[in-house]
Design a protein around this ligand. Structure first.
Ligand code: PLP
Length: 439
């Protein structure tokens, strides 16, 4: 006999019994669904209102014939998007998390990071790269950057690594792959592991190899400002550490893996994770089915997204080639393929008779947006509060100081029409000519 369907019962439909889930969790209802639709597709005016009304009717009609998803968190959609991401990168497994930073934490915990340990990060990145080491009182060491790519400079890494270094964290800034061969070699020679901050690097290739399948750990971001997004927030962690591969899911949810047979005994089945130097307590970075669905869809069209970014980057770089004093984004070669998350423009201050601050101001006057970009991390207030000496660190990072204050900026490229790209290119050429002229 068909049972009457409760108005609000989209979720945890467990059949006639409606237990156990319906008994413990609140359901969402038609109105909640409609508000999500209206949030995702905003508008106003009579036409919008009329169409919202027709969607409302459709949702209501769907509710009569639909069944709710069994679960909203960590279920089939999460598993599907993990499979897609792993296949995309060509690795056997990965885990979908709340964000990229949560992935870093899992990797840092694996090396049992504690006070007295050292972590080496590039001087130019986002605070997320080093938040966990700072929070546990480990020492963050700033590696100078390669002035051309803004990525970790392996020569400086070789100088700064010590036997206290537990983790080396290259960041593929703007999606341009770091010199992974040298970084891996230097780190492993000193007994340190490598965690790639690949927040900008999903889909990038280093010498023909996919980012994600190279380092000990790689964490990707699907935050809304990245190349693809899982409806606002999300991250994926991959590992090549054999002893940790089977712990990825347990690392996500407090030591428990829901893809394993049902938990019979919570008393004994919740165990610590295997850390490199001892047991590790897992946190909770669980994700929702909706986030996972969003990411799966974007991975399906990710090839097109990357191609469009590459097309815009090529267009701008080719047209800026040979403009005196202007150094366009490196497009990659020898099997190294960037994601062009950011387009990096540099100038030669000597040739233009002024630095990037002047250049940016003139570009803004011509109506070209500046993308705010990553600055030297050692200048952040949080580090002064923790007792780091910014000037002393700056003295060990001369390239960072030079490129940040005098040479580079990021340009918008994605989603621009050819006309808009031409406008921007023209503005860059005019700005450079003007600066050279008044040198
Ligand atoms: C965005 C970003 C992160 C953090 O990603 P979340 O998913 O927001 O945690 C880390 N590193 C860099 C370089 C980033 O740009």
């Amino acid at each position: 006999m068909a049972r009457a369907k409760k108005d609000s019962d989209f979720r945890y439909n467990t059949g006639e019994s409606r237990v156990p889930w319906a008994a413990v969790g609140e359901n969402y209802n038609q109105q909640d669904v409609m508000e999500v639709v209206k949030f995702l597709m905003q508008g106003d005016g009579a036409v919008y209102d009329a169409r919202v009304e027709s969607v409302r009717e459709a949702v209501s009609a769907l509710a009569e014939v639909s069944t709710p998803p069994a679960k909203l968190s960590l279920d089939v959609e999460v598993a599907k998007c993990e499979k897609k991401a792993a296949e995309y990168v060509g690795i056997d497994d990965c885990v979908f998390l709340t964000n990229c930073t949560a992935g870093f934490e899992i990797a840092y915990k694996y090396v049992n990071l504690q006070p007295g340990d050292e972590v080496i990060v590039p001087a130019i990145t986002f605070i997320a790269t080093m938040a966990y080491p700072l929070s546990v009182g480990a020492k963050v060491v700033f590696c100078d950057v390669d002035p051309r790519t803004l990525n970790m400079d392996p020569d400086d890494l070789a100088k700064k690594i010590t036997n206290k270094t537990k983790m080396v964290v290259p960041v593929h800034i703007g999606g341009y792959p770091c010199d992974m061969d040298r970084i891996m070699d230097i780190a492993h020679t000193h007994g340190a592991l490598v965690l790639e901050d690949a927040a900008h690097g999903f889909g990038a290739k280093y010498k023909g190899r996919n980012i994600g399948a190279i380092a000990d750990f790689t964490s990707f971001s699907f935050h809304e400002v990245k190349n693809n997004t899982s409806f606002g927030e999300g991250g994926i962690l991959m590992t090549t550490v054999p002893e940790f591969k089977s712990s990825l899911r347990r690392a996500r949810f407090l030591g428990v893996d829901f893809s394993m047979p049902p938990i019979k005994d919570w008393l004994y089945n919740v165990a610590a994770l295997p850390g490199k130097y001892g047991p590790v307590v897992a946190g909770n970075a669980s994700t929702t089915e909706i986030q996972a669905l969003g990411l799966s869809l974007q991975i399906d069209r990710y090839g097109k997204i990357l191609e469009e970014r590459a097309r815009c980057a090529r267009y701008v770089t080719q047209r800026l080639q040979g403009v005196p004093g202007v150094i366009p984004q490196d497009l990659g070669a020898g099997g190294t393929v960037p994601t062009f998350h950011l387009y990096q423009l540099q100038i030669d201050p000597a040739e233009l008779g002024g630095d990037i601050q002047v250049f940016k101001k003139k570009l803004t006057e011509r109506g070209v947006t500046n993308i705010p970009h990553f600055g030297p991390l050692y200048r952040f207030q949080i580090l002064q509060e923790l007792g780091y000496d910014a000037d002393a660190i700056a003295a060990t990072c001369p390239n960072t100081e030079e490129v940040f204050y005098h040479r580079f900026t990021h340009l918008p490229i994605y989603g621009l029409t050819e006309e808009q790209l031409d406008y921007m290119i023209q503005a860059i050429k005019e700005t450079a000519a003007e600066m050279r002229g008044s040198k």
